[in-house]
Design a protein around this ligand. Sequence first.
Ligand SMILES: NC(=O)C1=CN([C@@H]2O[C@H](COP(=O)(O)OP(=O)(O)OC[C@H]3O[C@@H](n4cnc5c(N)ncnc54)[C@H](O)[C@@H]3O)[C@@H](O)[C@H]2O)C=CC1
Ligand SMILES: O=C(O)C(=O)Cc1ccc(O)cc1
Length: 313
Amino acid sequence: MSNVQFKKIALIGIGLIGSSLARVIRERQLAETISVSTRTSETLERAHALELGDSYTTSPAEAVRDADLVIVCVPVGASGRVARDMAAELKPGVIVTDVGSTKKSVIEQMAPALPDNVHFIPGHPIAGTEHSGPDAGFAQLFQGRWCILTPPPGTDEAAIEALSDFWQACGSMVDRMDPDHHDLVLAIVSHLPQLIAYNIVGTADDLETVTKSQVIKYSASGFRDFTRLAASDPTMWRDVCLNNRDAILEMLARFSEDLASLQRAIRWGDGDKLFDLFSRTRHIRKSIIEAGQDVDVPDFGRHVAVTENQPEN
Ligand SMILES: NC(=O)C1=CN([C@@H]2O[C@H](COP(=O)(O)OP(=O)(O)OC[C@H]3O[C@@H](n4cnc5c(N)ncnc54)[C@H](O)[C@@H]3O)[C@@H](O)[C@H]2O)C=CC1
Ligand SMILES: O=C(O)C(=O)Cc1ccc(O)cc1
């Protein structure tokens, strides 16, 4: 039985997310044809060599012609430009979506450029890696991960359902959210951890008394996890920071306050305070494991019991 939902899907941008979509669309036969558009001819050639689509162009307008689903997969700061470039060729009734890590700013950039006769449904798959480019994608990326849709009020329900069905066919679970709330939630669960990673790896890199080779040689797994995040694409994360400014600044302010309180507890030897915080935070990890959202952790991680250890003294 064929799973085809769309005759033609246009992927604008073919990096980690675009190429993962291309692969899963092919593998699960979710479209008859895939058109691919990239900004540079080098990336386009690579996408062609990897056979990620059926047609290739550096023109977003050409790629979206006759498409019934358009997925914009570029850094969030480029989404307005892409919307303006493709607007004239969008067919009436087409679903236009994106995968950007921020939603309010993407909507502000794209919505004014799009014609009224298309269904604009912003989206964000909460799935990714530190790798980028067309070689980095894989068909399983979205399996078991959430995809958040932020349709504007009044959006056609059938179009939202069609897009939800598409993400489910890619393996995702779908939620709907208000864009402002999305940006606040993602600021704490994704954008702040990323900034902490950039900061801690930068701090280690700046140290004068510990050599780089010692940082590499003795890096404990906690630090190694930060280096993975800090290896992510700088353009993408620069754009996230500039496009979710208010929510990120709010979370950074809270984080700095809490860090100062931790600093005080260490300075004054307040073991109870440290122990209370460290006990409270264990439960979050336990809840994530119970919800089956620790997909990046090797299987043995699921069986480590979280116990209520008491301090030694
Ligand atoms: N990397 C990740 O883990 C995740 C990324 N996202 C979002 O997905 C989007 C794409 O990210 P990735 O695929 O990871 O990035 P990527 O760097 O792997 O690919 C980006 C693509 O956009 C194109 N591009 C770059 N600048 C452009 C511009 N100014 N105009 C037009 N095209 C341009 C590139 O040629 C490439 O095809 C971003 O908005 C990002 O926030 C969402 C979930 C996870
Ligand atoms: O690699 C990781 O750990 C990620 O968290 C990937 C990621 C990056 C950006 C997003 O908007 C969503 C997921």
